[in-house]
Write a protein that binds this ligand. Structure first.
Ligand SMILES: Nc1ncnc2c1ncn2[C@@H]1O[C@H](COP(=O)(O)OP(=O)(O)O)[C@@H](O)[C@H]1O
Ligand SMILES: [Mg+2]
Length: 150
């Protein structure tokens, strides 16, 4: 019994990236392209309609941030598999000014411009894993993942 638990804990998670596609986010047209591409990817992954919309909304907000606040960047969509589930990982990267105050930026309703200030916080809630890597002057990369429920 205890052996079995140890084996179980030691088993690698086995996440694999099966497909990776990158898109520029440098114009309003690009934002539209990204929405359609991410929607298609969620369908490919087997997400239901509600989860499709969650992932597309998160991608849309993060891509818009890279475009508006980061001066343009890229969105990479990765299709993932792990035992018993599929998933989608969004990597949104720009080489803009970075985010000086991450806590403020993550706060709902806080915006440095004329936005609504719900993009970052909303995207974090819509995805299951969320990682923000940013440094003033060195750009911003957000990595966000959602898994299909087995
Ligand atoms: N990629 C980015 N580069 C620089 N600053 C960003 C980026 N993404 C978000 N921010 C900062 O975080 C704030 C909050 O983002 P968000 O919640 O999406 O609200 P909004 O975009 O409506 O202002 C933005 O106003 C901006 O100051
Ligand atoms: Mg925003």
């Amino acid at each position: 019994m205890s052996d079995e638990r140890i084996l179980h804990r030691a088993r690698p998670t086995g996440t694999q990236v099966t497909v990776s596609r990158s898109y520029d986010v440098r114009s309003d047209d690009d934002l539209l392209t990204v929405r359609h591409a991410v929607r298609a990817a969620t369908v490919e992954c087997g997400f239901g309609l509600v989860d499709q919309t969650r992932v597309v909304t998160a991608a849309s907000e993060l891509a818009r941030n890279a475009y508006i606040h980061g001066g343009g960047g890229t969105l990479t969509v990765e299709l993932l598999t792990r035992p018993g589930a599929g998933g989608i990982r969004l990597v949104i990267k720009d080489e803009g000014p970075g985010i000086p105050d991450i806590a403020a930026a993550m706060t709902d309703g806080w915006t440095s411009g004329n936005g609504l200030g719900h993009g970052l916080g909303g995207a974090r809630r819509l995805m299951e894993e969320f990682h923000l890597d940013t440094r003033p002057g060195a750009g911003t990369t957000v990595t966000a993942t959602r898994w299909t429920t087995p």
